[in-house]
Design a protein around this ligand. Structure first.
Ligand SMILES: O=C[C@H](O)COP(=O)(O)O
Length: 263
């Protein structure tokens, strides 16, 4: 299995720039003090105002070969009269390599549609950023047996019209909405079923074997040091998108360490 794993910390609307800087310094010191887990990339996604401070800490740490900066969102236009929005070129210039698109909090709290997410994903790629595309069903959709329908629709709308080579470079995060911040995670088997049986197989059908084989697919939703092993036991799961447990140095470093593929 040659795909590297991506362990991303989504700090959401936590930590001021000074708190983020101090936290990043401590986290990077701890990550740098241990051996790099083989085949693992780490992405830190602070809020917009903290990006440059965290970028400076990554540079200072010398871990830039495997620790990257990511943003939590972007707008699809490159510049213009879009008050409050942030563009892909701005993020790239601030040192980002990754950007989250379509997080469920944006879809459900802020009304982002599948079409908006698709535009954002394209904008990310055009700016040379790796999008982390979030997909996942709500509790109600799960109860109605709509997981596959919802995940397929979100995935296919976002990837529609892209070249297979571009799709191969995307990271998809399967985040069942009912598992986010609730302490109630999907089981490894449930995550594997959606990741392999829905997401990778849809990509295979639409974009071919090579794109499907290269695409990295994470699980997200109440990941913590106690349950990360259950997900990483599946070769199909290429890492995790971590919310709450990424806000503490010890829990996040434990999750990063667990990301290495068993040999
Ligand atoms: O982006 C991260 C996800 O929303 C998961 O958050 P959580 O780990 O706090 O459940």
């Amino acid at each position: 299995m040659s795909r590297s794993r991506v362990i991303a910390g989504n700090w959401k609307m936590h930590k001021t720039p000074s708190e983020a800087r101090a936290f990043a310094r401590e986290l990077l010191a701890q990550l740098g003090g241990a051996a790099r887990p083989e085949g693992v990339e780490v992405v830190l996604c602070p809020s917009f105002p903290a990006l440059t401070a965290v970028h400076a800490e990554i540079e200072r740490s010398g871990l830039g070969a495997w620790v990257s900066l990511g943003a939590q969102d972007l707008y699809w236009e490159r510049q213009g009269a879009f008050t409050g929005e942030v563009s892909g070129p701005m993020l790239a210039d601030a040192g980002c390599r990754y950007v989250i698109v379509g997080h469920s909090e944006r879809r459900h709290l802020l009304g982002e549609s599948d079409e908006w997410v698709a535009r954002k994903l394209r904008a990310a790629l055009e700016s040379g950023l790796t999008p982390i595309l979030c997909v996942g069903e709500t509790l109600e959709e799960r109860r109605q047996g709509l997981t596959e329908t919802v995940v397929s629709r979100q995935l296919e709308t976002a990837l529609e019209g892209l070249a297979a080579g571009a799709v191969a470079g995307v990271v998809v995060a399967y985040e069942p909405v009912w598992a986010i911040g609730t302490g109630e995670n999907a089981t490894g088997e449930e995550a594997h079923r959606v990741i392999d049986g829905v997401i990778r197989s849809r990509v295979r059908a639409r974009f071919g074997e090579e794109a499907a084989g290269r695409l990295r697919i994470q699980y997200g939703g109440s990941v913590n040091p106690a349950n990360i092993g259950e997900f990483m036991a599946y070769p199909s799961i290429d890492g995790a998108l971590v919310g709450g447990a990424s806000l503490k140095v010890d829990s996040f470093t434990a999750i990063v360490a667990a990301g290495r593929r068993a040999t």
